[in-house]
Write a protein that binds this ligand. Sequence first.
Ligand SMILES: *Cc1c(COP(=O)(O)O)cnc(C)c1O
Length: 516
Amino acid sequence: MSASQTYRSTRSKVDQAVSFEDAVMTGLAKDGGLFVPSQIPKLPSDFLEKWSDLSFEELAFNILRNFIAASEIPDADLKLLVEKSYSTFRTKDVTPLVKLDSHDNLYLLELFHGPTYAFKDVALQFVGNLFEYFLTRKNAAKKEGEQRDIITVVGATSGDTGSAAIYGLRNKKDVSVFILYPTGRISPIQELQMTTVLDDNIHTLSLKGTFDDCQDLVKQVFNDSKFNDKYHVGAINSINWARILAQITYYFHAYFQLVKQLPEAEKKNLKVKYVVPSGNFGDILAGFFATQLGLPVEELVIATNENDILDRFLNTGKYDKASTVKATFSPAMDICVSSNFERLLWYAIKATTAGGDDNKAGEILAQFMSDLSSKGIFEVAPETLAKIKSDFDSRMITNELTGATIKDTYASTSNHYILDPHTAVGIATAQKKMAVDPEAKSTKYIALSTAHPAKFSEVVNESLGGFEGYSFEDQVLPEEFKQLSNIPKKIKLVESTDLATIEAIIVEELSKEKKV
Ligand SMILES: *Cc1c(COP(=O)(O)O)cnc(C)c1O
């Protein structure tokens, strides 16, 4: 295995390389850190020409190949995994790039054409196939009657993660999925998307409690080492490296689509900025890896809602956890801390205060993370902040501006483009940036569109209800969503939120599935 294709923990003080398979199947390192590639390869200098006409699937294969050793997944198998993962998308381009004609130089990268209409599908369709691939291989080597290896995925959701995980993992051999959500606190469409999946291996648990209670329980299940050893608890949230990895592709794909759409004169000295609605920092982190591979990106712009820990960090160098989460119009970005930011910090610390030393970077970061959990805050050195700011910028967008942006975009585009509230946070950020960018005339902004507006009907209808001729049913709601309420539902209502109850339910369902 070559050095570039092993993984290490962001908190480790010694070099303990693990394989891609172990990094993906365990999710989190034993020391509580996140897995990062030991080295990031640099693509050959002619890749911009050579890759310019590749399909989404071909690009995905080339990028994945740089982070997964061929000894772990041979070329032919990797190709099949990629093809299978993106065959479920509704457009041939997988993630099409469209221009908003309300502005010069403003583009939207539509990431919502997967099975659940959210950007998380791009990664989770692949992760599901990957889990199945590794388990099938392990179990093929077992003797008759020997216990099969399984993975028991346990996750909490306030909306999009749950349905995207369910659609990624439904009907996968040796995989069982338990998704916990707070009763009555997710949107009706999102609940229907999850509970109408009837496959035996999918279990949705509606819990009497808050999203934080659900997340707490998931952490407790992970930390119960006896339970974890026995049932192989797996993670599908964006701490899982495979999710970040799968998202790198669309940064390249968007770049090449943009070049194709531009007149010849504008292709030279092209400057591209990506604007990304961010919560746990998984989506935009994939953009960082794209730049490290060699994609020429002028800037990555973090768009946050009023839960703005990232924007405050970029302004001060202090990572200061808020005491409560604010409920905003863009609920998938309502977070107190941004879990994947740890990965970026590791690289920035390594390049600055750790003098290029991996282990020293792990040591410094482990201390920061311990300060975060004991004091709720840590502060990085000025040179670490400067390093991050050389690649990133940020803006915070209020609820009010989010709604106004949905409205303005509808009014000012010739096709009455309808944004979902998360995407609106990105568009508002792009507009704020363009207004003060001295090179706005020659810079292309690509805003990532992370969800379909039908998933967030309340805000969208509130913003657009006043327009004559606007109709949610006709202009927004996909045919598939209209059918959902006619499909039978499978939900388990859980009255209590204690660990013993949840673990008992998991074991009971696994035994019904004949997995234990
Ligand atoms: C998950 C999600 C986000 C935030 O993505 P991160 O990777 O957590 O930063 C933004 N928008 C939508 C619609 C999402 O589902």
